[in-house]
Design a protein around this ligand. Structure first.
Ligand code: NAD
Length: 349
């Protein structure tokens, strides 16, 4: 049994679907169902007893302690977070409460549980904290990509809150010996991503003829990884990572934002013909917008033998097709239909 937090969100849901496609080991999914949590992402698991959904907050130590007592998970994969940089600029408090305080409470409850375990169970236990490359700050154009020893220089309330949570996880290993693992991954894209993030926002807006807003000069560089490759990396780190270590995860796919938008327009023109490029609209830049992130993924490749399967070209094609084939999913999110769906499918809420 493993415990996943934030499993109704974008990456967490992809992770659970992949996990249960490859293993019969059950998953407890603890999720608060914020605006970003959507149980429809997991609709294909309806009636599958290997997925145990629990509606709850990582700040609720009593609930987490009860889950430990009831299910005895052998590992925690911690995805739950407030994850959108723009929201963190306008309303940072939720980021502090979930990403910092929530991670602390989850760690503290986990530590108490872990301490009571004995022998192999205690030795084999893992707390895997899922984090971001944004904790490292911004890179100049020609600087080498972030390695695991790059200093932390977070620039937004989001990245500062994730950086703080990483440091707490590190401290629980260093001080108390909790067998933790940290992964810092580049930008993800793929199915089930909430349409506030760059790639789904562009696809969804383009399909209804809305402007495609591009911040500043559009030359901000991000490193992109297909979400299923992120999930396979997390599985690999859980299986073979060394407790106390950090692993950077990335796909060696640096691209300026404007190039991403053009790629999406080109793919849409091919799959759903119309002139999408004319919708591109430059807007005032995000305050403090980092210019470049780039991940050096050599450690995970060398030490754990992990490599991504998708190139950006294959992954983005799959993603655009998924949004074209799942316009109901988008419409439900936009109309709030999925809240009604949750209420009708999960009576306890
Ligand atoms: P998301 O916003 O899509 O999902 C977050 C999930 O966490 C939601 O289901 C939400 O309901 C849940 N949640 C929020 N607050 C909670 C709380 N207090 N208690 C319990 N559940 C709560 O996020 P995502 O894009 O899937 O990201 C998942 C993790 O991966 C985050 O920790 C994020 O920092 C990290 N990450 C994301 C990316 C990316 O490109 N999306 C890249 C690297 C790392």
């Amino acid at each position: 049994m493993i415990l996943v937090t934030g499993g109704a969100g974008f990456i967490g849901a992809n992770f659970i679907l992949d996990w249960l496609a490859q293993s019969d080991e059950p998953v407890i999914n603890l999720d608060k169902l914020t605006y970003a949590g959507n149980l429809q992402n997991l609709a294909s698991l309806e009636g599958d007893s290997r997925h145990i959904f629990v509606h709850g907050d990582i700040n609720d130590q009593q609930k987490i302690a009860n889950l430990f007592r009831q299910y005895h998970p052998r590992a925690i994969i911690h995805f739950a977070a407030e994850s959108h940089v723009d929201r963190s600029i306008h309303e940072p408090e939720a980021f502090i409460q979930t990403n910092i305080v929530g991670t602390f409470r989850l760690l503290d409850t986990t530590y108490r549980y872990w301490k009571e375990q004995k022998g192999e169970i205690q030795h084999g236990f893992r707390f895997l904290h899922v984090s971001t490359d944004e904790v490292y700050g911004s890179l100049s154009k020609d600087a080498p990509a972030f390695t695991e020893t790059h200093p932390y220089q977070p620039n937004s309330p989001y990245s500062a809150s994730k950086a703080s949570s990483d440091q707490l996880v590190r401290a629980y290993h260093h001080t108390y010996g909790l067998p933790t693992l940290i992964t810092n991954c580049s930008n993800n894209y793929g199915a089930f991503q909430f349409p506030e993030k760059l790639i789904p926002l562009m696809i969804v807006n383009a399909l209804v003829g809305k402007p495609l807003p591009v911040y500043g000069d559009g030359q901000q560089i991000r490193d992109w990884l297909y979400v299923k490759d992120h999930c396979s990396a997390i599985r690999r780190v859980l299986q073979a990572g060394m407790p106390g270590e950090t692993y950077n995860i990335g796909g060696w796919n640096e691209k300026p934002n404007i190039e991403i938008v053009h790629i999406i327009c080109n793919l849409l023109s091919e799959l759903h013909p119309a002139d999408y490029h004319k919708l591109i609209k430059y807007v005032v830049d995000r305050p403090g917008h980092d210019r470049r992130y780039a991940i050096d993924a050599r450690k995970i490749e060398r030490d754990l033998g992990w490599k991504p399967v998708e190139t950006f070209e294959t992954g983005i094609r799959k993603t655009v097709k998924w949004y074209l084939d799942n316009q109901d999913w988008v419409a439900n999110i936009q109309s709030g239909e999925y809240r009604k769906w949750i209420e009708s499918h999960y009576q306890e809420y």
